[in-house]
Design a protein around this ligand. Structure first.
Ligand code: FAD
Length: 297
């Protein structure tokens, strides 16, 4: 007799017997529990393979990442490298997106966004560049600074509205202040090292002193490698006596001279402290930039 036929008979038979019904109920329960246990076991066994194939960062779930390197970039800026669970695992850090770090500090859960500076196809690890604020400020940055190699931090991401498409504009005009360089650096490095890219970039980068300029060597070496594609202009409000670039805060003349007036071929990206970005918006509006011409990180 065919199984289906047998089943039909049984089910007809069952409907008329409450005892058999509960026996079947228990049987179904046992089978589903058994299947659940098998699934868990399978997941456990294939953990490393799944991990390898999936992305290290998840936009919804915080996941734990081990600190594997820590470097001093400027007197108050550090670079932290966190490892994915597998050295060849894709991290998932699209251009211009940020990720959230989470930790328990003084009995409270604290979260802060940071812009990873890696290329979108980064595997095995990701890097965040963080300014360490002095006490009583800097709750999270001082916590990060206190970490030892091997300590873990939870991260979730990527997040953010910025969407970059290859060659989407002929030119990108960038205005950054301090650690506001992070999304700009990620974009500059990725765009210039992409053989299918033609985008030209002009960066105006503001800092207090010359030693505060983050990634100066790296930026200058990219500018000499791609002289027609990357132009740099540093602005310092405490410049050394020999300084020949911008002095004070970024002003209308700096923007007009290095980025130019608004046009359909250029998009402006701004990232820095709130007071600076507010001032930049006013200057950019004066030069005709508005709405979609500008993205504020
Ligand atoms: C989308 C996004 C991306 C970001 N990416 C980065 C990044 O890549 N790198 C990075 O370093 N930061 C980044 N930040 C900022 C970061 O999220 C935190 O805000 C920063 O690390 C400070 O957090 P904290 O807990 O250390 O300091 P907090 O305890 O929050 O204190 C810092 C704040 O204290 C205030 N403060 C500091 N010094 C003084 C002073 N002398 N007088 C008065 N007030 C003062 C300032 O308002 C300052 O913002 C990003 C922020 C956003 C929104």
């Amino acid at each position: 007799m065919k199984l289906t036929e047998w089943f039909k008979l049984e089910s007809l038979h069952i409907s008329s017997s409450p005892l058999l019904l509960s026996v079947i109920g228990i049987f179904v329960l046992l089978v589903t529990s058994f299947v659940r246990i098998l699934r868990k076991l399978y997941k456990g066994k294939s953990f490393h393979r799944d991990d390898f194939n999936s992305l290290a960062l998840d936009p919804l779930d915080f996941r734990s990442f081990k600190l594997i390197e820590k470097a001093i970039v400027t007197p108050n800026v550090r670079l932290f490298r966190f490892a994915a669970s597998h050295p060849e695992q894709l991290v998932n850090v699209p251009l211009g997106k940020h990720i959230y770090a989470k930790a328990w500090i003084n009995g409270k859960e604290v979260r802060r966004p940071y812009n990873p500076i890696n290329k979108p196809n980064q595997v095995g690890y990701f890097d965040i560049l963080v300014k360490i604020y002095p006490a009583p400020y800097g709750l999270f940055s001082r916590y990060l600074d206190s970490l030892e190699i091997g300590d873990c931090v939870e991260f979730r991401g990527p997040k953010g509205k910025f969407e970059y498409k290859r060659n989407m504009k002929k030119r990108l005009g960038m205005i950054a202040g301090g650690t506001g360089i992070t999304p700009m650096f990620q974009l500059i490095d990725a765009i210039l090292n992409d053989p299918l890219e033609r985008t030209q970039i002009s960066l105006i980068y503001a800092n207090h002193t010359e030693q505060d300029i983050i990634f100066r060597n790296k930026l200058e070496s990219l500018a000499s490698q791609f002289p027609t594609r990357l132009k740099l202009y540093f602005v310092l409000n405490q410049p050394p006596s020999s300084w020949s670039q911008g002095v004070g805060f970024i002003n209308e003349k700096h923007i007009q001279h290095h980025l130019g007036y608004a046009s359909s071929s250029i998009m402006i990206l701004v990232c820095g402290p709130p007071a600076m970005t507010k001032a930049m918006m006013i200057l950019l509006n004066k030069l005709g930039y508005k709405g979609e011409d500008i993205f504020k990180f």
